[in-house]
Design a protein around this ligand. Structure first.
Ligand SMILES: [Zn+2]
Length: 332
């Protein structure tokens, strides 16, 4: 919500100004600060490549700490090892939109020139074209930084939801998809100041990004995702899984392994220990889950030289799995 408010000047859309009206003053001030920060970064970058101009928070006392945090969370800026920030491609495009640069006649002319040139490379072809960035710069006569920023910022995708040019080799080689073609009407759509709609789409995307980020953390304890991917269920169906460092796991959207911080995490008493002697001096203890939740922690059998040792090892495994013991072999 805040993001939409910072991008819209409040006069273009009644729903937007309603929203701004409902916002608290503090929120409005913070949003204004984000918009101003974006604009001043865009101005400083000018025709340089967006990753060549960095911003130090100490050199910009007018930018609130919360602003840097918000820009970072929305992936509009990224932090360098030096502690300075640079705009991301997405940040550059968001700044172009929020600063109203797309209504600028000079900007429009550059876009027309660049997109016309890109289109020329795939005209009459059956497949996509790969062109050095330097070639695009020569042919268009545009500043290299500007062309870089348009491609790095996925300008075309952000504004028109069409497939645009992308990198084969970042900053060096550009892939122009064969479907890259803008009809005159499309070009008008692209440059039309129907900014509100575009910004809503951008906001939706940012919302998706934030949701995606929280997907990479365990919902109970915030542990990091350690693995994810797809697997073949059978010849007609594919599934996917996600695994987290705390032990939490999902398979096809269903929890299949519990986090120790999950209130449903079973007690040791929720397992029945079945211990048998396999041969002299070798016992095996199998923990049998007594509840459905106990089934979701995957406690393996353990062997030992005595019944007690085998059972103690299963207990040690449980304590490790429930996060009460760091090292599984302690006191084995
Ligand atoms: Zn967890």
């Amino acid at each position: 919500m805040r993001f939409r408010a910072i991008l819209i000047d409040g006069t273009r859309s009644s729903s937007a100004s309603d929203k701004i009206g409902r916002m608290t003053l503090a929120q409005t001030e913070r949003s204004d600060n984000v918009a101003r920060a974006l604009k001043s970064m865009l101005d400083r970058v000018a025709d340089a490549a967006l990753d060549e101009v960095s911003f130090s928070p100490t050199a910009h006392p007018e930018v609130l700490t919360t602003t840097w945090d918000e820009l970072l969370a929305a992936e509009l800026i990224e932090r360098l090892p030096s502690g300075e920030y640079i705009l991301t491609g997405r940040g550059w495009t968001a700044a172009v939109i929020s600063a109203g640069r797309i209504n600028d006649r000079g900007f429009e002319q550059r876009i027309e020139k660049l997109f016309g040139t890109l289109k020329g490379f795939v005209k009459g072809r059956r497949d996509s074209a790969t062109v050095p960035l330097s070639e695009l710069v020569t042919q268009t006569g545009l500043p290299e930084g500007f062309v870089f920023n348009i491609i790095e910022g996925k300008y075309m995708e952000e504004l028109s939801k069409r497939r645009g040019a992308s990198w084969v080799k970042p900053g060096r080689l550009v892939l122009i998809p064969v479907a890259f073609g803008i009809q005159p009407t499309d070009l008008r759509t692209l440059l039309d100041p129907a900014v509100v709609k575009k910004m809503e789409e951008l906001e939706d995307e940012l919302g998706t990004t934030r949701g995606d980020l929280s997907r990479y953390r365990c919902p109970h304890c915030n542990a990091e995702m350690t693995a994810s991917g797809g697997y073949r269920i059978d010849e007609h169906n594919d599934g996917d899984y996600e695994q987290f460092s705390c032990g939490y796991g999902q398979r096809d959207g269903q929890v299949d392994s519990l986090c120790p911080k999950d209130p449903h995490f079973p007690k040791f008493e929720d397992f029945e220990l079945v211990t048998n002697q396999r041969e002299p001096g070798e016992w095996i203890c199998r923990p049998k889950p007594k509840t459905p939740y106990a089934q979701l922690i995957g406690l393996d059998p353990c062997s030992g030289r005595t019944k007690e040792e085998a059972e103690r090892r299963v207990k040690a495994r449980y304590l490790h799995r429930s996060g009460q013991k760091r090292n599984i072999t302690d006191r084995w």
